[in-house]
Design a protein around this ligand. Structure first.
Ligand code: PEP
Ligand code: MG
Length: 600
């Protein structure tokens, strides 16, 4: 049996393991969580076994290779992050990942699985499980203690392949003790949706970027979170004390009593701040010189509608309907969607609800739509969002029908994601009319008039063609998250390029300005619903560019209102003109910070 020819790292002594250890990562959701670590392992996955038809053997091997490639990509990402570390931690993690990679590529494991699929016609999951238990058993029975311990690595690799084959989401969150801090290699948006903020005090992961949907969801749920700490899992053990400082991007394992006391004090201060801000709830959102600014909420999960109401939102500016498709194997039908949407519309009690049609694909995946999406070398540029809905018309029709019917219970607006052409909007409008006729024939009620149809401006092409889009759209919503990603060609969820992601890049700002001016000329409403709308730092710039509606996580709303009430609208407009003359994003950031420091 081949092992790594490098000398294995020496096991850590107990004393080292219990010492306080501070890790730096990306703080993606502010707040402080103090609790006990709960490490989420990939876990043993139950797989079913079945026989493959003779003519499907090559497909099955291809499916296995797809899972292998995905596993390799994940390991390479982790290796990249490990390379940024220094000293023993880097070496130790490097050894481990190397060993995992060796097992994936051309090893006994891969050969064994292929042979089982081909010769025994076993499905890939069952073949992986059989080979992994055999190899792990062989390792475990070796005399050499180091090699015997590799059995755990073999199982880890096997579980990684199985997770990628079955696309299993973590399910281990249900029975966690209160105050748990989840520590995992990576949490998908679907995993994050399962975290209950009443029970979970925060989370920390090895992978993940600041603008990905996991980060967005953490902010929405008000869960302190730090992502991108590659060696965290080498040290974290379930049950250890831990602090997650989402503001500073810091995780502290085994904090000393003095450190815990210090953080408890900071937690109290944050709570006091929040209470202070909640007093603004009933006050109008208006600048010092009398300009009213609409404040709306972004909602990812139904339970956030209540949070939006409590925060004093004037409506929902972006309801991401992806939640309907998460953590399940089937696709929700019209009735199920209608009921879920109706509940949200009713919670909002007459305030407008902007319902965005399905936006999966790219980094947002939903296992239930695996067959609809297919494989793509560049998923963010592939069959995502409106493209998927227009290709699979039954998905779009069911969503439109559910939205129209929910619109009987309160004002709704329809928002289309990732629009890049006028013809896409026209196709949706035609579909909406057909669906409306069908609902009428069934004798069910429709809103009268039918809801406004708006488009997300989140592809540079849409921003540049904004004038044309005003002809077919009733309103615009700027999705600065994707607009930044597509303009700068920076994957928003990729931690290795996170430092290059910058909505203050002059190219992004010009596109925001361009589309805002087009909307104002055409007299259609325009809002910003990307993450910059919930960042107080950006408020003067957005207002100065002419934006009068902002939609953000409900948790961000009070702070943004406070910022608006301290701002002068005319001064913001003058400031925005000065910014738009700049060509360097560093200088823009400096001007913005100076302006904010003066005008608070
Ligand atoms: C955006 O892209 O800015 C946006 C609001 O949409 P999402 O984050 O859901 O892609
Ligand atoms: Mg988007």
């Amino acid at each position: 049996m081949k092992s790594s020819d490098k000398t294995p790292p020496r096991p850590r002594r107990r004393k080292d393991r219990d010492a306080e250890r501070v890790f730096e990562g990306l703080g993606v959701a502010a707040g402080i969580g103090i609790g006990q670590v709960h490490v989420v392992e990939s876990g043993a996955i139950t797989v079913s076994e079945y026989e493959i038809a003779a003519d499907k053997i090559d497909d099955e091997i291809e499916r296995f290779h797809g899972a292998l490639q995905k596993s390799e990509r994940q390991l390479r990402k982790l290796m990249g992050k490990a390379g940024e570390l220094h000293g023993a931690a880097a070496e130790e993690l490097g050894f481990l990942l190397d060993a995992h990679m060796q097992m994936l590529t051309g090893s006994r494991v891969t050969r064994g699985v292929e042979q089982r699929i081909r010769e025994n016609r076993q499905n890939a999951e069952a073949a992986v499980q059989a080979v992994i238990s055999k190899v792990a058993h062989d390792f475990a029975s070796l005399d050499d203690a180091y090699l015997a311990a590799r059995a755990a690595d073999v199982r880890d690799v096997g579980n990684r392949i199985l997770r990628n084959l079955t696309q299993t989401a973590y399910e281990a969150f249900k029975n966690l003790p209160e105050g748990s801090i989840v520590v995992a290699e990576e949490l998908t948006p679907a995993d994050t949706a399962l975290l209950d903020p009443k029970k979970i005090a925060g989370f920390a992961t090895a992978l993940g970027g600041k603008e990905g949907h996991t980060a967005i969801m953490a902010r929405s749920l008000g869960l302190p979170a730090v992502l991108g700490i590659p060696d965290l899992l080498s040290f974290a053990r379930t049950g250890q004390d831990v602090i997650v400082d989402g503001q500073a991007g810091r995780v502290i394992l085994n904090p000393t009593p003095a450190r815990i006391a210090d953080y408890q004090q900071r937690q109290d201060e944050l709570e006091r701040d929040e209470k202070q801000l909640s007093r603004l709830r009933k006050l109008p959102s208006v600048t010092r010189d009398g300009q009213r600014i609409g404040l709306l909420a972004n909602v990812e999960l139904p339970r956030e509608a209540e949070m939006a109401m409590n925060a004093g939102a004037e409506g929902i500016g972006l309801l991401r309907t992806e939640f309907l498709y998460m953590n399940r194997d089937d696709v929700p039908d019209e009735t199920e969607q209608y009921e879920a949407l109706r509940a949200i519309v009713e919670t909002m009690d007459g305030r407008p609800v902007t319902i965005r049609t399905l936006d999966v694909g790219g980094e947002k995946l939903a296992a239930s739509l695996r067959d609809h999406l297919g494989e793509s070398a560049n998923p963010a540029l592939g069959l995502r969002a409106i493209r998927l809905s227009l290709k699979h018309r039954e998905l779009l029709d069911d969503q439109l029908a559910a939205i129209l019917r929910a619109g009987v219970h309160g004002p709704v607006r329809i928002l289309l994601p990732m629009i890049s052409s006028v013809s896409e909007v026209k196709q949706v409008r035609d579909a909406m009319l057909q669906v409306a006729r069908r609902i009428k024939r069934r004798g069910q009620k429709l809103p009268d008039p039918l809801p406004p149809v708006g488009v997300m401006i989140e592809v540079p092409g849409a921003a540049l063609a904004a004038d044309a889009l005003t002809q077919v759209a009733d309103f615009f919503a700027i999705g600065s998250n994707d607009l930044t990603m597509y303009t700068l060609a920076i994957d928003r969820g990729e931690e290795q390029v996170a430092h290059l992601y910058n909505p203050l890049h002059p190219a992004v700002l010009r596109l925001v300005q361009f589309s805002t001016e087009a909307a104002l000329r055409a007299r259609i409403p325009i809002s910003v619903c990307g993450e910059i709308a919930g960042d107080a730092r950006f408020v003067p710039l957005l207002l100065g560019l002419g934006i009068q509606d902002l939609s953000m996580a409900a948790t961000a709303l009070p702070r943004i209102k406070q910022r608006i009430r301290n701002l002068d609208y005319l001064a913001s407009a003058r400031f925005a003109r000065q910014v738009m003359d700049q060509w360097d994003s560093g200088r823009i950031a400096m001007l913005l910070d100076d302006f904010n420091a003066l005008a608070t």
